[in-house]
Design a protein around this ligand. Structure first.
Ligand SMILES: [Zn+2]
Length: 142
């Protein structure tokens, strides 16, 4: 994923605001500068859409179903695709938990962005989780 500093800051700000619970939301991917070829490889985040964690928990999250549908509609109308699900880990490393891995089975092809707040300096990482296997993918800021 390729993300601008402004959008990355938005992710981190959301995670910090909801420090009592895991925050979650969706990222739309679009055709950044319309440069054409190769866009499939490096997908640019174009929109951060916050969502509610139905569990309001520090340990797990699930995106509110209606908000999810609204986001998908909004992205479609704008010509974007649903690219990633993001959430925060307030007290643990930004690595997918077993719960995350199980949940990811419902969302093949989506990237997983985790904002880790365990250290003073937030750490944001991006993964692909396929068939129970976690693979970190580059997160480029620019
Ligand atoms: Zn998690």
């Amino acid at each position: 994923m390729l993300i601008s500093t402004a959008l990355l800051d938005e992710l981190i700000a959301h995670a910090r605001e909801e420090y009592d619970a895991e925050c979650c939301g969706l990222l739309a991917y679009g055709d950044g500068d319309g440069a054409g070829d190769g866009a499939g490889e490096r997908r640019r985040a174009v929109r951060v859409r916050r969502a509610s964690n139905v569990f309001a928990s520090r340990k797990r999250f699930e995106i509110d179903g209606r908000e999810l549908l609204a986001a998908i509609n909004e992205f479609e109308q704008a010509g974007w695709e649903m690219g990633a699900i993001y959430h925060s880990h307030t007290h643990t490393a930004p690595y997918p938990s077993q719960t995350d891995i199980n949940f990811a089975a419902n969302w093949p092809g989506l990237e997983w962005v985790i904002v880790g707040l365990a250290d003073d300096k937030p750490e944001v990482r991006c993964y692909l989780i396929e068939q129970g296997e976690v693979r970190e993918v580059p997160l480029e800021v620019g």
